[in-house]
Design a protein around this ligand. Structure first.
Ligand code: COA
Length: 405
């Protein structure tokens, strides 16, 4: 099935750009946005004057004093004057929110070529400001003092998960059971990140380090260690969405086969913390639109803001039944040579998580895989992949299915 069957037209990713992720002291939010926009437009074979609309995903929430950023991409060229530009905000899924708005503009026929950007500059602010800004995405903690920040929220998820499912995990106690599984996920993603030139962290810590609390790997919020967390990052990524391809394009395009979006209720008492229920719905919607099951995917880039999120994702995406996500690690399914490689880019864990940039970055990485341009990250025979991006603790959920043309 294709989007054409359902909407009368296909949406193509025709060009993309990606900055390095990390602590980028020489860059500003504006310079990052302009850099990736220029790269994406150039690679699509288009000119700035061909862009009909711009969507920028950025969370901000007080990390940057400038609160009105939709026009920053126009700095790229005089030819972008008067182009409609909108900033989307949906917490850590702001980038995918921009992507899906861009898709809908193309499908609606109000734009032929849309520039989608995701960007965030987090490291200019102090740790306390970043912590408070991120907690702005929590119903119960927004505006409140916290020593554990967003990590504390996912630590609660890990505790609930362990309480309910520990018996089904090999090993005993948290440290030898769920703790080891989470350590393996961290080690996998750090190893994968070694092959990603855009990644913030190029450190192959190994299983033992990630599974063990130490001076270099302290507890951040019991039971999550530093290696269970994504880092604080700067970075940007951009894609051009088009109805057709231009002659000067740098690569083959990539086709959007399906997309899904589902939001959950915000108050924590209205959700089961061990089940990302609306995340599951977003997967079902995207896979359903693409007309495939989970077996139809060759790889996935998922939102591992914390290792426990990646574990629950295996269940939400339908790779394993609930409570059995650890099997996907123990049986090697999610490794680079497994049946469904997950986060071969290093994921948020190693690549970095400049929150508003992440969703667009995931689409760019997937597009690289599907066009054989992923360099050392390249998987053999990558023909169809999925991207999953989440805001809050399973609150705003987006999935895209992309395929090689
Ligand atoms: N994983 C692994 N190593 C990390 C790391 C991470 N997430 N963050 C930092 N490090 C390393 C640094 O490279 C540095 O190593 P070095 O001493 O060998 O040079 C060391 O840890 C100390 O770095 P620092 O920046 O001082 O760490 P920190 O303790 O201040 O911050 C976290 C670490 C995990 C607390 C911080 O990255 C964090 O808050 N992450 C979560 C962000 C978040 O909530 N995002 C939203 C998700 S929804």
């Amino acid at each position: 099935m294709s989007l054409k069957d359902q909407f009368g037209k296909d949406v193509l990713l025709t060009g993309w750009g990606h900055s390095k992720f990390g602590k980028l002291t020489d860059e500003t939010l504006e310079s990052l946005i302009v850099q990736v926009s220029a790269e994406a437009i150039q690679n699509s074979g288009l000119e700035p004057r061909d862009i009909d609309e711009i969507y920028l995903g950025q969370f901000n929430s007080g990390m940057q004093p400038l609160g009105f950023t939709s026009s920053l991409a126009l700095q790229l060229s005089e030819d972008l004057s008067n182009v409609p530009a909108t900033r989307t905000e949906n917490a850590c899924a702001s980038g995918s929110a921009a992507f899906q708005q861009g898709v809908k503009a193309v499908l609606a026929g109000t734009a032929r070529n849309v520039l989608v950007i995701g960007a965030e500059k987090m490291t200019d602010a102090g740790a306390d400001v970043v912590g408070a800004a991120l907690l702005g995405a929590s119903y119960e903690m927004a505006g409140k003092a916290s020593t554990t920040g967003f990590t504390g929220l996912f630590a609660e998820v890990a505790k609930h998960y362990d309480k309910r499912y520990a018996a089904g995990i090999e090993g005993s106690g948290f440290a030898g059971g769920l703790g080891d599984i989470l350590g393996s996920i961290a080690a996998k993603n750090h190893r994968n990140g070694m092959d990603n030139p855009y990644a913030q962290m190029h450190r192959d810590f190994g299983e033992e380090f990630c599974r063990t609390v130490s001076e270099k790997n302290p507890m951040v919020a019991e039971p999550l260690r530093r290696t269970d967390c994504s880092p604080v990052s700067d970075g940007a990524a951009a894609v051009v969405l088009s109805l057709g391809t231009a002659s000067g394009a740098a690569t083959e395009p990539v086709r959007l086969a399906g997309f899904g979006h589902a939001n959950d209720f915000f108050p924590p008492e209205r959700r089961d913390p061990t089940e990302f229920a609306a995340t599951r719905v977003s997967w079902e919607r995207a896979l359903g639109m693409a007309g495939i099951g989970i077996d139809g995917l060759d790889f996935a880039e998922v939102h591992d803001c914390f290792t426990i999120a990646e574990l629950i994702m295996y269940e939400a995406m339908g790779l394993t039944p609930r409570g059995e996500g650890s099997r996907a690690v123990q049986e090697g399914w999610v490794y680079k040579d497994g049946k469904l490689p997950i986060n071969v880019s290093g994921g948020l864990k190693a690549k970095g998580h400049p929150v508003g940039a992440t969703g667009v970055s995931q689409h760019v990485i997937a597009a690289m895989q599907l066009t054989g341009t992923a360099g050392a990250m390249q998987l053999p025979n990558a023909r169809r992949g999925a991207v999953q991006n989440m805001g809050g603790v399973g609150i705003a959920n987006y999935v895209s299915v992309l395929e090689a043309v």
